[in-house]
Ligand binder design. Structure first.
Ligand SMILES: Cc1cc2nc3c(=O)[nH]c(=O)nc-3n(C[C@H](O)[C@H](O)[C@H](O)COP(=O)(O)OP(=O)(O)OC[C@H]3O[C@@H](n4cnc5c(N)ncnc54)[C@H](O)[C@@H]3O)c2cc1C
Length: 473
């Protein structure tokens, strides 16, 4: 849906083929990073996402750990979701579940003229030198059709059959838990005791997992990734699961067994940390969970998929509109694969440190600053750095700063290549130029007042001239 929305934004027609009859029914992802919100801002959905998110979750909550919700607190990983990071972006981190977010993206994708086919399965595909032909079938009517497109994006999730057909392997740590999510209703207000908590990790001798609780604190979910002996846990939580077992897990995580609980649904999923060996096969590009699976610890999975879509959409548009040679499309894998591998490992490190210390002996990457992962990922081989450090270096995200008119520097980007120039820049004006007179602009972008940077449509810097010069090529 993000790809369709972004392609529409760049003037490319697309068709989304979705097996389900509508958008997500389960909450799943909820933590939306500043970077994803910046992307949503570019296509005009940031404000509606913010408003809807406030109906569903108390914002600016903590990400922390407990022995049980009623019991002892053991750690605060993030005390307040937006504290100390507001100067990095015009956008804030929010919590909004996929079930509430997807209809907003769907609506915008439709406004931008994407054709959406729900209850429709892609049953097979073939590709040749000039495009892809897919067979699709409506689930209810059984009606079939053949669809021809120049390119196809395989955003068909963790169990991607397109990836399988293309014989692209997933490489990494593999599956380390058959996990479950229990959706339930109960009066949780008294157990929260006025605390503002966005994600509550639970680690105790019965289970390891996490809660997310929605306003008005009478529903939520408990995800469970391991049970039993904390040193030698059973990580197959799903086999032989009964309703009574789910209730026992909820009681242990809540720390009380005397409140009425209704179990609404149980979802089965696998915790894994893998990245695809290739992100492209000819005219087919893979994006989202089809090329990277990671534990939900850190809330990176869905956000990384939106970033894939953003990296790919403008490149497809430039090639389709004849503004760039098809070689530009090779940079999708070159740029995204290393960043995705890094992000997958960072999610795994948070999995180990927050809920699976028994895996520590097998080794894991040191936990990098959240902002390195969420905003500071970069395409120059360095992989990540704190967004305060990059200062407009090529292959990093153009930094945000507020300008005198209340706009962000990021609001000047998004549809075309643009030059952000210091007040004294004398370069050649081949691109749209925004001359920025704010006294702090040159330092924020690592240039002198006569310098400039050239920024791609996805907000990444491609060239920086510290003093008067023009981009070449
Ligand atoms: C408990 C939990 C909590 C999470 N929390 C967060 C979070 O806070 N933040 C975050 O960023 N991420 C989070 N994630 C991860 C996030 O949910 C996923 O990364 C994200 O949903 C992946 O999106 P996707 O579009 O790539 O794949 P999916 O959401 O799996 O979508 C793939 C779609 O393709 C369709 N499909 C597959 N094959 C076909 C076919 N042949 N024809 C037609 N349709 C087909 C499927 O029906 C499906 O709807 C969480 C995950 C879990 C399990």
């Amino acid at each position: 849906m993000s790809s369709a929305m972004l392609l529409g934004h760049y003037g490319v027609r697309s068709m989304v083929v979705e097996h389900h009859r509508g958008t997500a029914i389960h909450p799943r992802a909820a933590q939306i990073s500043q970077r994803t919100m910046e992307i949503f801002r570019t296509v005009g959905v940031e404000q509606i996402v913010r408003r809807k998110s406030a109906d569903q979750f108390v914002q600016d909550g903590a990400i922390m750990g407990v022995e049980s919700l009623a019991g002892k607190e053991v750690a605060y990983y993030i005390a307040n979701l937006n504290e100390g990071i507001r100067d990095l972006s015009p956008c804030e981190r929010v919590f909004i579940s996929q079930s509430l977010l997807e209809p907003l993206l769907k609506h915008r994708a439709e406004e931008l003229e994407a054709e959406l086919r729900f209850a429709t399965e892609m049953t097979s595909f073939e590709q040749d030198a000039t495009g892809v032909t897919a067979q699709i079938r409506h689930r209810d009517s059984g009606e079939t059709a053949s669809v021809r497109a120049r390119y196809m994006i395989a955003a068909d999730g963790a169990h991607s059959r397109i990836r399988e057909r293309l014989r692209i392997r997933m490489l990494g740590r593999g599956v380390f838990s058959n996990s479950i999510t229990i959706y339930f209703r109960a009066n949780l207000g008294p157990l929260l005791r006025g605390r503002n908590l966005s994600v509550i990790y639970v680690i105790n001798p019965v289970l390891r997992g996490f809660f997310r609780i929605e306003i008005p604190f009478d529903s939520g979910f408990l995800a469970v990734t391991a049970v039993g002996d904390p040193e030698h846990p059973n990580t197959d939580v799903s086999t032989g699961l009964t309703e009574q077992r789910c209730l026992n897990l909820l009681h242990a995580a809540l720390g009380v067994d005397d409140i009425p609980i209704t179990i609404e649904d149980v979802m089965y999923w696998q915790s894994a940390a893998d990245t695809a060996e290739r992100f492209r096969a000819g005219n087919i590009f893979l994006a989202g969970d089809s090329v990277h699976v990671m534990p939900p610890h850190g809330g990176f999975g869905g956000n990384t998929g939106v970033q894939d879509a953003q990296n790919l959409a403008w490149k497809l548009a430039w090639v389709l509109n004849g503004k760039a040679s098809p070689d530009l499309l090779d940079t999708y894998e070159q740029e995204r694969k290393p960043v995705c591998e890094f992000t997958v490992e960072q999610a795994y490190s948070r999995y180990v440190t927050r809920t699976a210390p028994y895996l520590a002996s097998k080794g894991f990457q040191p936990v990098a600053h959240d902002m390195d992962v969420e905003l500071g990922y970069c395409y120059d081989g360095k992989l990540h750095e704190h967004p305060h450090e990059s200062k407009g270096r090529p292959d990093t995200r153009a930094p945000h700063m507020w300008l005198e008119d209340g706009c962000s520097t990021l609001d000047l980007l998004g549809q075309e290549y643009v030059i952000l120039a210091g007040p004294d820049w004398m370069g050649e004006e081949r691109f749209r130029v925004h001359r920025i007179t704010h006294p702090e602009f040159p330092a924020a972008y690592g240039i002198s007042p006569s310098g400039a940077v050239l920024v791609r449509p996805d907000g990444f810097v491609v060239w920086r001239g510290e003093t008067s010069a023009s981009p070449k090529g």
